[in-house]
Structure formats: structure tokens, C-alpha cells
Design a protein around this ligand. Structure first.
Ligand code: KIV
Ligand code: NA
Length: 264
């Protein structure tokens, strides 16, 4: 596998090759995931929950993400690394540029922002200054208190239209990747067809250009509430590398996600 770039991810979409992405927060797992054939790593602000033990992502700082991005970058040679911009770190384009610069210097290849049209100016500014941007629509966990819980988004026709509009506006502003979280499969399929850039789904059905999972979910380490859209790949595999190889293979041939992991 040669180095994965934005150009390579776009070519994968165009060729119909599914992108396998997973979160990682340290060098050990990053190295193992690369050996297992993973294309892209997300240093997600999910670390607030899975590493820090919080009930949501709101306390995560740019420095937290920078620290874990550095760890992941040290364990990765070829994978594409996306780092999350945390809650309230991109309220203005200026603030976003400063935080994103910290993450890029820590080893990220792209930063991810949650939200719609209101981010257009920020996306354009970041991209102009050399920072590729990933959008994130649907269930955006930093807005958990606005949604009133971690809930499926875009079920009503009006909400679905809004998500489609936001996706098109973000693409026009310059995003080069989009994460679509917890939306009906039909809507995710439409957005993936509508956009030229790759769309990565989580809880968004099988018809996106790739999938992302939180590593603790993919390895069955999550206790308490386990989201319906995840799968424990370790249960059938016996070791971590084989589990993630199975994840990559099932994403590639469309076995994951199945109907039992999706919302209709
Ligand atoms: O923080 C994270 O891990 C994420 C994914 C769940 C998409 O944003
Ligand atoms: Na996130």
C-alpha cells in the first residue's frame, strides 16, 4: 500500500473501492491497523468518551487531540490521518485556523468539523491556507444537547432535504471528505451519489463510499450502551489484527454494515 492522500481517497470513490476508516488514539493501535489494511485513521473527539470516560465529547481540547494525533502519526506510515476539531474550537474562521494549524503540525493530514452551511467560510479559509477539511453531518455529537440525546437524524423528509443541502454547500465550500453519522441508509446513499467527494458512513447503511467505526466498538470493548450500528469483529477473530482485517474485508465487499447495523 502506498501513502494514502486526498487524491487517492477520491480515486477510490471513483473506482468504487470502499474506504475503511477507524478511530485510533495511539501508536500501538495505529501500527496494527495499518498492518491490517486500514486506509484512514480518525483521531476522534470520541476520545473524550472512550479514553477520558466522559458521557459526551464536550470537554475535549485541541491539545488533547494534538497529543493523540502525534501518537497516531508516530505509529502510521501510509494511512491518511484525520483529526477532530473539538467543541467550540471553530466558532470563527480565525479560531479554526489556529487550532487546525496545531493539529496539522501534530501530524494530521486533514481536520474534521461538525456542522452545515454556517461553516462554509471556515472551510474555504482553511483549505486556502493548506488545510484539507472533512465535514460531519447527521448526528453531530457536539450538538447532543440541541438534539436532546444521541438520536437518528434525517428521518423526516424536511430534515433529509436539509442534510442534502448542507452536504452540497460544504462540498462547494471545499470539503474533501464527509462523515455522515446515524442517518437512514436511503439518505446516505443519495448524499453519496450527489457528492463528488467520498462520503464515509457510521450508522448510515452500506451505500456510502466508506465506513468508520470507533475502535473500542469494533473490538467489543465498549460497556454499557452499545450502538446498533457497530459490530464486534474481535469476537470471531481472536486477535486485534485479524479483527480489523475482517473489518476492512467486510467493508470492501459490502458485508458490513448489514441491515441489522442500519436504519431504514
Ligand atoms: O469522534 C469520533 O470518533 C467520530 C466518529 C464517530 C465519526 O467523530
Ligand atoms: Na468526533
Amino acid at each position: 500500500m502506498s501513502k494514502i492522500t486526498t487524491a487517492r481517497l477520491l480515486a477510490m470513490k471513483q473506482a468504487g473501492h470502499k474506504i475503511a476508516m477507524i478511530t485510533a488514539y495511539d501508536a500501538t493501535f495505529a501500527k496494527l491497523f495499518e498492518q491490517a489494511g486500514v486506509h484512514a485513521i480518525l483521531v476522534g473527539d470520541s476520545l473524550g468518551m472512550v479514553l477520558q470516560g466522559e458521557t459526551n465529547t464536550l470537554k475535549v481540547s485541541v491539545d488533547d487531540i494534538a497529543y493523540h494525533t502525534r501518537c497516531v502519526a508516530n505509529g502510521s506510515e501510509k494511512m491518511f490521518i484525520v483529526a477532530d476539531m473539538p467543541f467550540m474550537s471553530y466558532s470563527t474562521p480565525e479560531q479554526a485556523c489556529a487550532g487546525a494549524a496545531t493539529l496539522m503540525r501534530a501530524g494530521a493530514h486533514m481536520v474534521k468539523l461538525e456542522g452545515g452551511e454556517w461553516l462554509a467560510e471556515t472551510v474555504t479559509q482553511l483549505t486556502r491556507q493548506g488545510i484539507p477539511v472533512c465535514g460531519h453531518l447527521g448526528l453531530t455529537p457536539q450538538s447532543v444537547h440541541v438534539f436532546g440525546g444521541f438520536k437518528l437524524q434525517g428521518r423526516k423528509a424536511e430534515q433529509a432535504e436539509q442534510i442534502k443541502r448542507q452536504a452540497v454547500a460544504l462540498e462547494a465550500a471545499g470539503i474533501q471528505l464527509l462523515v455522515l453519522e446515524c442517518v437512514p441508509s436511503q439518505l446516505a446513499a443519495e448524499v453519496s451519489r450527489l457528492l463528488h467527494i467520498p462520503v464515509i458512513g457510521i450508522g448510515a447503511g452500506p451505500d456510502t463510499d466508506g465506513q468508520v467505526l470507533v475502535m473500542q466498538d469494533a473490538l467489543g470493548l465498549t460497556s454499557g450502551y452499545v450502538p446498533k450500528f457497530t459490530k464486534n469483529f474481535l469476537a470471531e477473530s481472536g486477535n486485534v489484527k485479524a479483527a480489523i482485517e475482517a473489518y476492512v474485508a467486510e467493508v470492501a465487499d459490502g458485508r458490513f454494515p448489514g441491515p441489522e447495523h442500519s436504519f431504514s
